[in-house]
Each structure stands twice: as structure tokens, then as C-alpha cells.
Design a binder for this molecule. Structure first.
Ligand code: SAH
Length: 218
């Protein structure tokens, strides 16, 4: 089935209508087949205006949230991007369209393996995967021009600030377990400048520099 029309509608009604302006972001979201990143039983809902379960208690983010976070990374095409929370791999595909290299970290190995399979099938060749605690970042390939965290954190993990390049942008949901604010942090002359982008609700960022109490439970 061809979901091109569903994608066009999604871009128009959910993204442009709500103020997403970056033409490259709109183009990428009009191109990437979101239907390939959801469970078979939910394919008919793939382009709807809400998150969907992807197993292991996790979700694929709502299209608008993916667009807003990606826009806030201000990608031009030649960046090294670090993504924490691969999940379904949908956001990863959007990042891979818009930057040079994507380094993506996921703590739940089966999710990482599944995302890797789908992204490989779709022909993406500029993505590196790691099953690990992403609150520690990915030291080997730092610094990153852009870092995106797709899970809610109580505070900004220090390793991510350390691994952000001068001039780089970090986008992360910060708050308690029930609601967060999306925050864009820009590293300017060695300082970190914060800007709020609005309220949101994400699953927990579980790790040494995230919600530590859940590390053992899941
Ligand atoms: N952008 C993804 C969002 C997935 S939900 C998508 O749209 O599909 C967030 C993901 O973050 C979950 O898969 C969860 O397992 C992962 N996660 C939570 N804490 C993490 C950590 N410390 N390191 C890496 N991944 C983490």
C-alpha cells in the first residue's frame, strides 16, 4: 500500500498547520514511510496525530513532536548527530535524511535490532547503532553538532553537555515523570544557552544520568 497521500496530509494538517517551517524537515517527513516503523496491527494508524506503542513499554513519538524536535536541531546536512532512544527508528530515519552521520543509542537491545533491520531495508547507510545507556552519550565519536534525546529526563545528563560541539544544539524533554518541557540548549562560547519549546510527555530516560531507580526493573 502506498501511504504517500497519508504523508502529504500529515505534513499539511499536523506540521505546517502548527507552525513547522523548516522546508527540509517537511520534505523528509513527507518522504520517510512511517508505516514501516509501527507494528503491523497499527499500520492503519501510522500517520495519525498521536504516539503509538512499539512494545517493551515504549512508544513511537507523535509526528508533530518528531518535527518540532528535528527543527530545533537546525540541521543543514553536514552534521554529526547523536540520538538517544532509537525506539522504532523513525526519528533516526528523519535525522539520517537531514545530516551526514547519525549515531543512535538504545538501551533495549531488541528495539535496536528491529530499528536496525528496518533502516537497513530502507537503504540508510549513514547510521551507527549501539545498545547502551545513552545518558553516558557515545564518547568515541564526539563532539556532536546536534544531540536529540527522545525520553524524558529529570536533568540534563552531564556527558551529553560534554560531548556537544561548540555551536551545537541539544534537544531534550526535561521535567518529572508525567510531564516535561522540551528544551533546546545551544553551546555558545563555552556557555550553555537554554530555550523552552513547550510542554510534552515522553517515556522515562532510564540510566545513570537519568531516572536511576528504574535501571534494574526493566
Ligand atoms: N524516537 C523514538 C522514541 C522512542 S521512545 C521513536 O519515535 O520511535 C524512547 C526510547 O528511549 C525507548 O525506546 C527507550 O527504551 C529509550 N531509552 C530510555 N532510556 C534510555 C537510555 N538511557 N539510553 C538509550 N535509550 C534509552
Amino acid at each position: 500500500m502506498d501511504y504517500r497521500l497519508a504523508r502529504e496530509k500529515m505534513v499539511k494538517n499536523q506540521l505546517i498547520a502548527r507552525g513547522i517551517q523548516d522546508a527540509r524537515v517537511l520534505q523528509a517527513m513527507g518522504k520517510i514511510p512511517r508505516d514501516r516503523f509501527v507494528q503491523e496491527a497499527l499500520v492503519s494508524e501510522a500517520y495519525n496525530d498521536y504516539p503509538l506503542p512499539i512494545g517493551h513499554g515504549q512508544t513511537i513519538s507523535q509526528p508533530y513532536i518528531v518535527a518540532m524536535m528535528t527543527e530545533a536541531l537546525e540541521l543543514k546536512g553536514d552534521e554529526n548527530v547523536l540520538e538517544i532512544g532509537t525506539g522504532s527508528g523513525y526519528q533516526t530515519a528523519i535525522l539520517a535524511e537531514l545530516s551526514r552521520w547519525v549515531y543512535t543509542v538504545e538501551r533495549i537491545r531488541p528495539l535496536m535490532e528491529n530499528a536496525k533491520r528496518v533502516l537497513t531495508e530502507l537503504g540508510h547507510k549513514n547510521i551507527f547503532f549501539k545498545a547502551f545507556d545513552g545518558t553516558l552519550g557515545w564518547k568515541e565519536y564526539e563532539p556532536y553538532d546536534a544531540i536529540i534525546v527522545a525520553a524524558g529526563a529529570p536533568k540534563i545528563p552531564q556527558p551529553l553537555l560534554d560531548q556537544l560541539a561548540e555551536g551545537g544544539r541539544l534537544v531534550i524533554p526535561l521535567g518529572n515523570r508525567y510531564s516535561q518541557e522540551l528544551v533546546q540548549i545551544t553551546r555558545k562560547n563555552g556557555q550553555f544557552v537554554e530555550k523552552g519549546l513547550g510542554g510534552c510527555r515522553f517515556v522515562d530516560l532510564i540510566g545513570i544520568h537519568g531516572w536511576q531507580d528504574s535501571i534494574k526493573e526493566s
